[in-house]
Ligand binder design. Structure first.
Ligand SMILES: Nc1ncnc2c1ncn2[C@@H]1O[C@H](COP(=O)(O)OP(=O)(O)OP(=O)(O)O)[C@@H](O)[C@H]1O
Length: 266
């Protein structure tokens, strides 16, 4: 059995402000094993980003706990990497692609040779060897997002957190980036927690899809995606089972939006 990597227990988040409190997360519990790729979907505004920020130690929860590798998360854990939707803002325009990938490695005690190996390997993994000396602003949106992914790969985190990473790229680039994520997961065993608005994307990518209720949020369903690990944009998406799963998740999200799902007794 795979060991538990991430454990979220009764997480709660209330935003307090002068205009009133917002109970964003009601009570979320789930766990994720090492080497898993888990997708999270839910209605707009249900607290997906809030959840990821709490998991990443960027936001203090109001209640409950997050543990990574058995250690309580109270601030950004060193063994976690994040990739967000806004690739333009996550890359430093004055650094080359190589410089951007190298940056977080400076916090690790590595020799020059080890660092160079990690950077070369990561750039190769995302297919950007030729662009190492370019600057981010010289690249397309999809390529910039590859740089952000290469940076995470080179860092060798225990878990990679991705928040709507492909929402701002065109459909063809998105499909390519989805396949890149699948490959990193399959070939390198990367543990990935992936938030998306796109139901088809969640089923195509995930080994599990967690459906969140609307705010104040709880886990409405934790669904195993029983598709073969080797996936392909054409054949996998054409499978009857793929259609069944995406229809099921779609219906669950619709129920969540309408607030129709019944929360199981604790
Ligand atoms: N800093 C904040 N102060 C007050 N309320 C907030 C704050 N950030 C988020 N919220 C509220 O918390 C709830 C959850 O927001 P969050 O951005 O986490 O949802 P989301 O599921 O990621 O949204 P989307 O699907 O639109 O990206 C929303 O009602 C939002 O208005």
């Amino acid at each position: 059995m795979r060991e538990t990597l991430l454990q979220v227990e009764h997480l709660k988040k209330v935003y307090e402000s002068s205009t009133g409190n917002v109970e964003a997360i009601g009570d979320i519990s789930f766990s994720m094993s090492a080497g898993e790729l888990v997708c999270i979907v839910g209605p707009s505004g249900c607290g997906k980003t809030t959840l990821l920020k709490c998991i990443a130690g960027l936001l203090r929860s109001t209640g409950g706990t997050v543990e990574l590798d058995g250690k309580r998360v109270t601030g950004p854990p060193p063994n976690m990497a994040l990739v967000f939707q806004e690739y333009g803002r996550s890359l430093y325009p004055w650094l080359t692609v190589r410089g951007n990938v190298e940056l977080p490695l400076k916090h690790k005690k590595l020799s020059r040779v080890e660092r160079d190996q990690l950077i070369d390997d990561a750039l190769e993994a995302v297919g950007l060897e030729q662009a190492a000396k370019s600057y981010p602003w010289q690249l397309s949106g999809g390529m910039q997002q590859r740089v952000a992914i290469a940076r995470a790969v080179a860092y060798q985190p225990e878990v990679l957190i991705m928040d709507e990473p492909f929402a701002a790229v065109d459909a063809q680039t998105r499909a390519d980036l989805e396949d890149l994520v699948r490959r990193l997961h399959l070939e390198r065993g990367m543990s990935i927690l992936f938030v998306t608005h796109d139901i088809d994307e969640s089923v195509y990518l995930g080994e599990r899809v967690i459906v969140l209720s609307k705010s104040p949020t709880w886990v409405q369903e934790d669904l195993t995606i029983d598709l073969a690990p080797e996936r392909d944009q054409i054949t996998t998406r054409a499978l009857p089972r793929f259609t069944e799963l995406r229809t099921h998740v779609y219906e669950q999200v619709q129920r969540a939006k309408r607030g129709q799902a019944v929360r199981p007794a604790a």
